[in-house]
Design a protein around this ligand. Structure first.
Ligand SMILES: Cc1ncc(COP(=O)(O)O)c(C=O)c1O
Length: 394
């Protein structure tokens, strides 16, 4: 495995073993510098920037991202985060009273709340399918989902890469199975771009949203929403602004409505080309090579952690990206207030200076430990984790 000192490109605290890229990402110094440069341009002549230059910056960011996710430029727009992307997509799918929204028991809490709210408004029904974890194969997941569909299922919200279990779900099979039954799929790919290869033109779900501030390492507040062409007439941003009655006919209403939702700082979106360039420059094979390097590191790290915990692989290698989760012995103490934090997470941070999440899943006292593997991590980080777990009595 290629092991270079990429860590120097990040401002991460040298005293901390940082194993939680998954929660909020971490932005490399050159990309942060680019963001500051853009902010400088805005403040040099704000009217010129927003009235004359904004759209060019927007299009260049769309283009850079479209190349990475395999989409047409005009099928993607920016939203501040995946939570906004999911809320927006859910509101676009026509639902009548009694129609079913399908979700899994591994759905991210914020997005599950959005599903519950929209179901309440539309008098729709939320149906939950229980995905196994530990899991044997991708086929087992697809089969479980397909078996839970009913004649009333209209839309399925599925996480591409699950937050708690870190499973990489085979969404291609799932989208095809549902398409055959006229059911729309919304893919919550909060972790996808920069972690796994994407080809949205080929996948063609109704909607796909992904954060750029996680695995593409942009500044916080950058995500995208892909909408299949036939969905672009149905979807509206959560904030209605000038685009709703623009006289311009040169671009779609989808573009005009989403590209301006009121004055804001667009520098995180406009730093996307810089993040793509930076990550692509780290290895000779570009971003695909970096994703492969992070995945290989994750598989290698997973091996030693499984050994240290004395457990079986919770999922096959094919379902691993650059995060992996491990079942731990049940918690014995109540979570620590006020953060509802597990005592082991607190001990790993306070005693060993390791930043890593311990999540209650499916619920307290059951818990999972999740590692992340980004360019700045190396095997040494996971060896330190194994030693700390041993000393903490795991
Ligand atoms: C599956 C999934 N969906 C949505 C989100 C929310 O991301 P954000 O807070 O950036 O909206 C996350 C965050 O980890 C996630 O894992």
């Amino acid at each position: 495995m290629i092991n270079r000192n990429f860590r120097a490109h990040w401002r991460l605290d040298k005293e901390i073993v940082f194993l939680n890229h998954g929660s909020f990402g971490a932005t490399p110094i050159p990309v942060m510098d680019k963001q500051r440069e853009i902010q400088g341009l805005i403040e040099r002549e704000p009217v010129k920037f927003f009235m004359r230059d904004y759209e060019g910056f927007y299009e260049r960011a769309q283009e850079a991202l479209a190349g990475v996710v395999g989409a047409e430029r005009d099928d993607i727009v920016f939203v501040p985060n995946a939570t906004t992307g999911v809320n927006t997509a859910l509101r676009a799918v026509p639902l009548s009273p009694g129609d079913e929204i399908l979700v899994t028991n591994q759905e991210y809490n914020a997005c599950r709340n959005a599903v519950n709210e929209i179901a309440k408004e539309r008098k729709a029904v939320v149906r939950e399918v229980r995905l196994p974890f530990p899991v044997k194969s991708s086929e087992q997941v697809t089969e479980t989902i397909v078996n839970s569909l009913t004649g009333r299922t209209r839309v399925f919200l599925i996480d591409h890469i699950v937050s708690q279990t870190a499973l990489v779900v085979d969404i291609e099979d799932i989208v095809r199975e549902l398409e055959d039954r006229d059911i729309e799929t919304i893919v919550d790919g909060a972790h996808s771009v920069g972690m796994v290869p994407l080809n949205l033109e080929k996948l063609r779900p109704a909607f796909f949203t992904s954060n750029c501030h996680k695995w593409l390492c942009t500044p916080k507040g950058a995500a995208f929403l892909y909408a299949r062409k036939d969905m672009q007439n149905l979807v509206r941003p959560l904030v209605i602004s000038h685009g709703a009655n623009t006289p311009r006919k040169d671009k779609s209403r989808f573009f005009h409505e989403f590209s301006w939702t009121g004055t804001d700082d667009p520098s995180a979106y406009f730093s996307i080309p810089s993040a793509v360039d930076f990550l692509s420059s780290l290895l000779p094979g570009g971003l695909p090579a970096l994703m492969e390097r992070n995945r290989s590191l994750c598989l290698e790290a997973r091996k030693i952690i499984i050994g240290a915990l004395g457990i079986e692989k919770p999922c096959p290698d094919e379902m691993v990206g650059s995060m992996a989760s491990f079942p731990l012995p049940d918690a014995v103490s109540e979570p620590i207030a006020p953060l509802f934090m597990d005592e082991l997470q607190d001990e790993l941070f306070m005693r060993f200076r390791i930043e890593i999440p311990v999540m209650y899943w499916p619920k307290f006292p059951k818990r999972l430990l999740r590692i992340s593997c980004q360019a700045y991590n190396s095997m040494d980080d996971y060896r330190k984790l194994c030693n700390a777990l041993k000393e903490a009595g795991m």
